[in-house]
Design a protein around this ligand. Structure first.
Ligand SMILES: O=C([O-])CC(=O)C(=O)O
Ligand SMILES: [Mg+2]
Length: 566
């Protein structure tokens, strides 16, 4: 039992002015707090007022991070009960800005920084983390932070933000979550020259040494925390992302959020969109801008979804086109199709002009994972409106500055006929006197629920089909009224219910497929999961539940009389 001022300094224990008189006295913190007793609700009001006073989103972000460092329950209650308002601050898009300025805002460290110089000693570093019961680790090597590129150790904001969502959206206990940055250097020249840079000031280590480092890291994590520890890859660069997923997916409990989480949310959006267009998934033609990890992840999952409608794999793949920096993925183009996207190369005339491509191939769905802000130009959007009555347009690159087009542009240039979603949030759109609320096709609808289901059942591997199940569960949450206002995702206010629903489906699947390690199988899976979830309401901080007089049992000071002036 932590007593005295250390109790207030521990964000996990601190309740600020919400400590009762009895608690203050029993904990030896009486007098360290002002006289007023506050409820958590009163504290929430103060938080809201404080955040509203800041105009700059980065300041709002800093306020929230400091709240997390000061009073964890209050932070999570605020975030959990106001997802729509604070998600864009703690998470995308503001977290992107926070990463870019990380050297400036770096105050109290959160999570672990493990550098390439620690190779050979990673297990010992993990032992420095004070929490023994870690169930999930989100980690990045900082090479592809959102669509912002290589931010090296500044990328730490991402695992921290993702894990805040684990708790806020899926009720995974904070002490079970560990954010890690693997610092192997950076190839970002600006950062190498940035006096504020907090990471290793050297070029990225690659090749064998990098691979050995990641191997050692994965093994050290399961050695330290057990074979079922969930290891979430986040924001690795294209080539490492796909390669490492293949390498580890059957060995560890792991997934890559940018490939699989993003795929799942995009496919869920498609499943909801086809309810509006009244065309099956297999009747669409898909055109991806960008042929990286997100595009390939989505394309593969869409193929799986089309196959479950009855198409053969070949028929399904034929409906998917990709366009990257070198043009249409044509086997006839100079240099051919890159290895990582081979499955989607086509034996057709090469084409370097994206607009021409959209006119020639006439996709009904346009999916942007290019990290090129504004790449869906007005002409591209107009062409989509010519291709089909209800074009589906996903501008998935993050943060907002990297979105392929804005929601407003998508509506304006398709005569309001498009079905639109974006990775970063956009304000409501006005078009022809009607207001549309577009959905955020962000993996935050998926990864917290998957993680909860996996952790609650101690699942040891995460098969691809879990992401299809998650997509279906999410799509089922989209109501007719969501669709009527243009939204192919449930509102963010519902994301906690969605996460729980995904967790339940994931858990059922884990038992059906023999992947779970919690035995015997719980009779009521929903209750089993709910029982493990975090409670952000304050609980009693009295040292012991007494049925005897404390001063008899332990030599603690008797409770002081209530001072008159309170
Ligand atoms: O973080 C987000 O908002 C979604 C994501 O994984 C990414 O863009 O890399
Ligand atoms: Mg990511």
């Amino acid at each position: 039992m932590v007593r005295g001022i250390d109790h207030l300094r521990d964000p996990r224990l601190n309740k600020g002015l919400a400590f009762t008189l009895e608690e203050r006295q029993a904990l030896g913190i009486h007098g360290l707090l002002a006289a007023k007793f506050k409820s958590q609700e009163e504290q929430l009001d103060i938080c809201r007022i404080s955040i509203d006073r800041y105009e700059d989103n980065l300041n709002k972000y800093l306020y929230l991070i400091e709240l997390q460092d000061r009073n964890e329950k209050l932070f999570f209650r605020l975030l959990s009960e106001n997802v729509e308002k604070y998600l864009p601050i703690v998470y995308t898009p503001t977290v992107g800005l926070a990463c870019q300025r990380f050297g400036l805002i770096y105050r109290r460290p959160r999570g672990l920084f493990i550098t390439i110089n620690d190779k050979g000693h990673i297990f010992n570093i993990l032992k420095n983390w004070p929490e023994p019961d870690v169930r999930a680790i989100v980690f990045t090597d900082g090479e592809r932070i959102l669509g912002l590129g290589d931010l090296g150790a500044y990328g730490m904001g991402i695992p921290v933000g993702k894990l805040s969502l684990y708790t806020a959206l899926a009720g995974i206990k904070p002490h079970q979550c560990l954010p890690i940055t693997l610092d192997v250097g950076t190839d970002n020249q600006d950062l190498l020259e940035d006096p504020l840079y907090i990471g290793l000031r050297q070029r990225r280590v690659r090749g064998k040494e990098y691979d050995e480092f990641i191997d050692e890291f994965m093994e050290a994590c399961v050695q330290r925390y057990g074979q079922n520890t969930l290891l979430q890859f986040e924001d690795f660069a294209l080539l490492n992302a796909g390669r490492l997923l293949q390498k580890y997916r059957n060995k560890y409990c792991t997934f890559n959020d940018d490939i699989q989480g993003t795929a799942s949310v995009a496919v869920a959006g498609m499943m909801a969109a086809v309810r509006v267009t009244k065309r099956k998934l297999g009747e669409n033609i898909y055109m991806f801008l960008g042929a990286g990890s997100a595009s390939n992840g989505i394309a593969n999952l869409i193929v799986a979804a089309m196959m479950s409608e009855g198409l053969t794999e070949r028929q399904a793949r034929e409906r998917v086109y990709m366009f990257d920096v070198d043009g249409l993925l044509s086997t006839r183009r100079e240099g051919g199709v890159p290895e990582h996207a081979k499955a989607f190369g086509k034996d057709i005339e090469p084409e370097k002009d994206f607009e021409a491509c959209v006119a020639k191939i006439k996709p009904s769905c346009l999916i942007g994972c290019s990290t090129v802000g504004g790449a869906f130009t007005p002409n591209v959007l107009k062409q989509m409106a010519k291709n089909i009555e209800r074009p589906i347009i996903f501008a998935l690159s993050n943060p907002t500055s990297k979105a392929e087009c804005t929601a407003q542009d998508a509506y304006d240039h398709t005569e309001g006929r498009c079905i639109f979603a974006s990775g970063s949030p956009f304000p409501p759109v006005q078009h022809n006197g009607k207001e549309y609320y577009t959905g955020q096709g962000n993996n935050s609808y998926i990864f917290p629920g998957i993680a909860l289901g996996v952790i609650a059942t101690a699942t040891h591997h995460i098969p691809e089909t879990m992401f299809l199940t998650a997509a279906r569960t999410l799509a089922n949450y989209v109501s007719e009224s969501d669709l009527a206002i243009g939204r192919i995702y449930p509102s963010l206010a519902e994301v906690k219910d969605v996460s729980l629903a995904i967790a339940i489906e994931v858990a059922k699947m884990a038992y059906d497929e023999g992947l779970a390690s919690v035995y015997p199988e719980p009779k009521d899976i929903t209750k089993h999961i709910e029982n493990q979830m975090y409670n952000y309401n304050y609980e009693s901080s009295m040292p012991v539940v007494w049925d005897w007089k404390p001063e008899e049992k332990f030599n603690v000071r008797p409770i002081q009389p209530v001072p008159k002036n309170i």
